[in-house]
Design a protein around this ligand. Sequence first.
Ligand code: NAD
Length: 369
Amino acid sequence: MGIFTIASEMGHEEVVFCSDPESGLKAIVAIHDTSIGPALGGCRFWDYRNEEEAITDVLRLSRGMTYKAAVAGLPLGGGKAVIMGNPQKLKSEQLFRAFGKFVQGLNGRYITAEDVNVRPDDINFVAKETKYVAGVTSSSHGSGDPSPVTALGVFSGLRAAVKYKLKTDSLKDVRVAVQGVGAVGKSLVHQLSEAGAKVVVADINKEAAKIVAETYKAKLMDPFEIHGADVDVFAPCALGGILNDQTIPAIKAKIIAGAANNQLLEEKKHGFMLMEKGILYSPDYVINAGGLINVCHELKGYNRDKALSEALGIYNTLLHVFETSEAQSIPTWEASNHIAEVRVQEARGKNSRMTHTFNNQTWIHRDEA
Ligand code: NAD
């Protein structure tokens, strides 16, 4: 299938191929939808097997950003960038600055940030060439590492899921299994233990798991068995695709609420499997939107308290998703997709002048620019 056919089926507005042979930069920027606001999404640096794999990834990820921002109620659209190649060999100031020039050329339709293998220090180089960038280090007046805000949002969403499914406001003695104790998982364990939950942890990094288990008096489990732990909540905070044909039959938890992206291996099939088992699934892009909320605040002039308070709003957003799912007898992932699609459609239908302020400049909606 040709790129135009795929992009039009998935609803993309624009796909840009960027090449700078001097620095070795080969990047693709996909702008999925700017009906609500400028397309924001991180830049991923990955050694793709071929160009087709990179195109598929950037199209899928950028579409996901439109949904994430729309459900979170943010004034942003969805976009994403990928840089092709081995980050260990290719990373340089020259390459990131070349990427920054391409981003600047898009004149604010796309705003970039960190993603896999792109750290705040790399983003600082990008920021030398473009103002359309977020996630620069806090020492450069940015919002810094988004992980603590993501973890707060996940904690808040987990509380909403417990309230909805277990009918309790308290996490005292609620049993939670956290898979992956990296930046987000560890911070989540901290908040859960403070709230009195009984926590089980696992990580393929045995040392990291042991330290977290000792610090928070959590039980340790095998990382490849933790999905089947005898708990109330399973919190995937490691890799995507963890909810699949093999794992779902073993899950004993009544709630899934974790940070990992793309948790359902196949959205439709595995979303239905969870629903049939009576497991309440918190859609990943809804519960893990804290990082995006944080970055969005950086664009307005960063105020950490406001960002944290908005991340707590994921509680109500998730309750709305659960209620919609129950009222319409549809899986929760479908309910959140509907909410996003309605918001995008409403924005598209508005004839009123839509403007967005970014870095003290007014960004005008594409139909009026
Ligand atoms: P991280 O790399 O800091 O931590 C991930 C941890 O998972 C690591 O400790 C790793 O050893 C562990 N891990 C990997 N495979 C595992 C397995 N099979 N079983 C158990 N543990 C395993 O990443 P992070 O920033 O904490 O993000 C965690 C997840 O949340 C990722 O899927 C990420 O895409 C998603 N997410 C993160 C943010 C953020 O702000 N950091 C925002 C949105 C979504």
